[in-house]
Design a protein around this ligand. Structure first.
Ligand code: NAP
Length: 244
């Protein structure tokens, strides 16, 4: 069986584009989702119609048992997972003082414990085979901080620390671990912002536009490829020049 790729949160937005791009590169792809089964199923049909191997799998990434079951299902159906893209994430806007325990715990559970769960689930095979790739989607807010998105920015900064640490720990096993830090990308996560905020963010982006999900997918494809074979522990920023 060929190895497969698991993309968390692939029903919409950046994850969907990543799954499409990896399938184009020939990867069998497990399309993880939480609520939008319709979107995940339509993506799987699209990838299969193009001759690819794909399956949809519902799992809340914060649920360790569900993630382990998903990794096993992907291995059984598509092939062992040798590329993990930790993309599933949620944002939360508001003053730091107003964040409730429930909100704080949920954002950490999805954005940080989720990647932990997924990495731990895929590692046994990768370590045994001494190959594999792990790419996590952080954010420019994890690099520079963001007013009214403190919890989100904290999780995204933590992902960078996790990436660098795992890169060092897993390099002897031939596993590369990298991170992408997108700027403002046109997805549902950004569409919830007011028109004024969106205009301000475009204005602050030197290239003068929001990024597309495909812009990030192309970055992930590069990091996953042999062309990036000597790259590990890095944060590749794709943000139109927002953080320079
Ligand atoms: P999005 O459009 O809101 O899509 C989020 C995806 O994550 C959906 O597929 C959703 O599944 C899934 N998801 C949410 N919670 C989940 C959970 N607990 N378990 C499994 N899947 C879950 O988000 P996006 O803008 O594409 O963002 C993708 C990633 O990029 C996130 O990590 C985000 O923080 C990061 N990012 C985004 C931007 C941006 O400007 N958009 C910038 C920097 C970084 P359902 O559809 O089933 O609900």
């Amino acid at each position: 069986m060929k190895p497969s790729a698991l993309v968390t949160g692939a029903s919409r937005g950046i994850g969907r584009a990543v799954a499409q791009a990896l399938a184009q590169e020939g990867w069998p792809v497990c399309v993880n989702y939480l609520e939008r089964q319709d979107e995940a199923d339509s993506l799987v049909r699209e990838l299969q119609a193009q001759g690819g191997l794909a399956m949809a799998c519902r799992a809340d990434v914060s649920d360790r048992r569900a993630v382990e079951a998903m990794v096993q299902a992907a291995a059984d159906t598509l092939g062992p997972v040798e590329l993990l893209v930790n993309n599933a994430g949620i944002a939360q806007y508001g003053l730091f003082q107003d964040i409730t325990d429930a909100e704080w715990n949920r954002i950490l559970a999805v954005n940080l414990t989720g990647p932990r769960n997924a990495v731990q689930a895929v590692l046994p095979h990768m370590i045994r085979e001494k190959r594999g790739g792990i790419i996590s989607i952080s954010s420019i807010w994890g690099l520079r901080g963001a007013s009214c998105e403190a919890a989100y920015a904290a999780t995204k900064a933590a992902l960078i620390g996790l990436t660098r640490s795992l890169a060092l720990e897993l390099a002897p096993s031939g596993i590369r671990v990298n991170c992408v830090a997108p700027g403002c990308i046109e997805t549902d996560m950004v569409r919830v912002l007011s028109a004024d905020t969106q205009a301000m963010l475009v204005n602050e982006t030197p290239l003068g536009r929001f990024g597309t999900p495909a812009d990030i997918a192309n970055t992930v494809v590069f990091l996953a490829s042999e062309k990036a074979g000597f790259i590990t522990g890095q944060v590749l920023t794709a943000d139109g020049g927002f953080v320079v």
